[in-house]
Design a protein around this ligand. Sequence first.
Ligand SMILES: [Zn+2]
Length: 347
Amino acid sequence: MLGQPQWFVDEGYLTDFDYYAPFEPDLKGVGSRGGEYEQSALEEALERSKVFGNAVELFKRYAPENGTGVVFCCSKKHAELAAQAFNDAGIPADILLGEDQGEVRKDKLERLARGELRVLCAVDVISEGFDLPSIDVVLLLRPTQSFSLFRQQVGRVLRVIYAAGFDLSTRAGRLDAIAAGPKPRALVLDCAGNYHRHGHPLDDFFPTLEGADPERKKDTHTEDGDALSTRRCDECLQVIRSYLTVCPHCGTEHGPDPRVPASVAAEMRRVESVANTLHLCFYELHVVKRTDSPLRAILPRRFEQELAVSPASATIPLNLLGGQKTPLCWREPGLSTPGPEHPFQAL
Ligand SMILES: [Zn+2]
């Protein structure tokens, strides 16, 4: 769906974040198998690229004081090397593997939560319903071709922590509660080049490429496989939307992205400007569908006026809602209970 995760940030259900992409490994010669990089070739390439020292320096430079983080690695050996680099630099780190279960896993996560460990270097743990304590930083060292894995990894750092004493039933109250809490902003350090392949993790301008037909990919990616929806600001190294001509983080003027046709940039701009309205409409349609509310008659007109789409095509998002796992995300605005804690799990 269009821009959906950004909506959660804007509404104070997810923590806003900085996304730096300072460097990436050279993956020349690494092939694919089953929609993902071939494991042993990837391991070799990552070892060759020796990004560990740089990754530690980045963590020291950008992470908040005493901040904790998870480093996503591609293999046990890769994780061990990363943890070693952090420990050598005086930042306590350990590895966490898919096979670490029960007490072992619990102990490591608790040490991270207490701050005894500042960094966990993780391999293949995301897909197992693994619940992290709150962390400040995600460091991506594992290049992946999977958009959902990429987004799940980034999502781990976006869980909000609200300070007490705020009215969480309002957007302003939630945003103030985040700003006053222990994690006003999260940090993503992409040292795997994942933004190249997938674009900004909060964007759905171009749907996931997993299983996408190659014809479609031609419209969303360059011949080299770079996502057209994002680019990096070479001044501050943050990843930004490619249609922006001025970096929102440092103010540098970049002009139009030469890779992106003007018509595509205009479409991205339009999509972003209507994204919030779309969410409200999705939400309302969902509620309406379930409650037979009188809003039913109004909504098609609203789609037409605000989104410039016909009522017929407005039924498409409704179908998409059928796959939503978290109906909570579509609650009525103004209810007194807080929203979903981490809707990324539903994506
Ligand atoms: Zn910048």
